[in-house]
Ligand binder design. Sequence first.
Ligand SMILES: [Zn+2]
Length: 259
Amino acid sequence: MPELPEVETLCRQLNGILPGQEIRNVQVVDARLGLLAGLDGHRIIGVTRRGKGLCVKLENGPTVLLHLRMTGRLLWQKGASPLPSHTRLIISFAAGKLLLIDPRRFATVRLGSDPVLSVPLANPLEGLPARRLREIAAERRLPVKSFLMDQRFIAGIGNIYACEILHGAKIDPGRPAGSLTIAEWRRVERAAAAVLPRAVACRGTTVSDWRDLFGASGTNQEHLEVYAREGEVCRRCGGRIERRVMGGRGTWSCPSCQK
Ligand SMILES: [Zn+2]
């Protein structure tokens, strides 16, 4: 599933193309997406990210709210190339086409006004202040990894980056969120400030199907310390990386240096 760095990558790439362009035509290929009427002729103002979602603002029109969910991706296509399989939506401009491709069909597109995220930490790219993390996590018994991934508290972090941030912070993912000290939350703050911007600079992590707007893989998989590295050696301490299931999700950590 695309997480904050992947969606931020799309957001930045879309902003390099779309502002000022006028929508010529919208073709809904998959009826499950619903009707997207009244978009033709509107000019794009810009694109912003809300957590793992994208908001495309139109001049004198609604905002298009897009969520990629499990397997959704966006592709910018120029010229008359054949449509990739699983194309669900085609938005045409003079300069090219924006395609929504989604094999599992969980992605959603709806029209609305620009939403305000009512989440305590709405944009982890602007930082995850340790004091705020401690306040929100106080008394909570859920594992700190599940806490970092809980979109009610923090917007945009998913499985890959929760594992990587906790390795960076030397915290065991299974620790109850409320048990971390302020010093430990500061380590989480510092780790997030290193992990997330680097992943954005790398245009995301391609371990399976992630591709950016132009169909290219990201490169952050070269920087993964624990995610999907079960049985491999921890580059920090030489310990063995282990996998367990937490909240239904594969969770990787180094028991030797994450306490
Ligand atoms: Zn280690």
